[in-house]
Ligand binder design. Structure first.
Ligand code: ADE
Length: 282
């Protein structure tokens, strides 16, 4: 997979050189380049922002540098921003046509919610471009123009406001990158983790079996794999009901074994038409 990140703070993306993502880049599983938006400005001051039309607080990111940068990274496949800039200037880099449009992800609190399902979806793409906005955001016309050449997806990490898109990109690239084949050593660990089946993960324990008067649940020491699997599933239900009941609305309860229905009943949920319904008295 190819990933390009455009930002006015390229140093912010340095953690993408570390750990699993850094290794994936070294191993050639992920071709990730970070570009400085200011390299695509034409004035002496390398200006990327201006005052908002209509007034109001803050500054808005100017369209021209973004158009230059996005055109270059979409077509350039270049080693660095300098090459991308040259490709853009040469006009060789009209963004690619409809076939295999790259996905342009614009982190924004006004975007659609980024979830594990989104991460899986995006992990199937050939090329992702992340456009990190700062200040009050990017001139809206950039997104309109870009939609002719990219599949544009404004994406939010959650209902809170960050100072810019960089931190959101770190999170999204990690979530997507770890799903690429070969990035996580043991692919089994991707199966049994929070959100992989619409539920939160069960609690985990390691040695010693007794620590500060607290014992590991006995079933985990029993060697009975069927019982352990059932206990873990029921812990997932309990945790999800307690911490993220909103997730249970979407949960497919149609084929649950009797013991699992009982577990949900104990948590105050009945199965009705394959869906979980919270009992009013629960
Ligand atoms: N930029 C600012 N806030 C953000 C958020 N919540 N998610 C993604 N990008 C953002």
């Amino acid at each position: 997979m190819r990933i390009d990140v455009v930002s006015i703070f390229p140093e912010y993306l340095a953690p993408l050189e570390l750990s699993l993502i850094g290794k994936a880049r070294q191993d050639g599983l992920l071709d990730l380049k970070v570009h400085d938006l200011r390299d695509f400005t034409t004035d002496r001051h390398r200006t990327v922002d201006d005052t908002p039309y209509g007034g109001g607080a803050g500054m808005v990111m100017k369209p021209e540098p973004w158009a230059q940068a996005l055109t270059a990274v979409a077509a350039g496949r270049s080693e660095d921003a300098g090459d991308a800039r040259a490709a853009s200037d040469a006009g060789a880099a009209g963004p690619p046509g409809s076939a295999g449009k790259p996905v342009l992800i614009v982190p924004s609190p006004a975007g659609e919610r980024f979830t594990q399902a989104t991460a899986h979806e995006l992990a199937e793409e050939d090329q992702l471009v992340f456009a990190c906005g700062r200040y009050e955001g990017i001139d809206e016309r950039v997104l309109e123009w870009a939609s002719e050449h990219f599949t544009v997806r404004p994406m939010s990490l959650g209902d809170y406001v960050l100072n810019g898109g960089e931190v959101a990109v770190l999170a999204m690239v990690e979530a997507i990158g770890r799903l690429l084949p070969g990035v996580v050593g043991n692919p089994e660990s991707l199966v049994e983790e929070s959100h992989s089946d619409g539920l939160l993960e069960y609690p985990v324990y390691t040695k010693p079996s007794s620590w500060r008067d607290r014992d590991v649940p006995a079933v985990l020491l029993s060697g009975n794999h069927g019982k352990i699997a059932q206990w873990r599933r029921h812990e997932q239900y309990r945790r999800t009901a307690e911490r993220r009941p909103d997730l249970l609305v979407e949960f497919d309860a149609g084929k649950l074994p009797r013991a699992d229905r009982t577990a949900f009943s104990d948590l105050g949920y009945d199965v009705v038409d394959g869906r979980l319904l919270r009992r009013p008295d629960a």
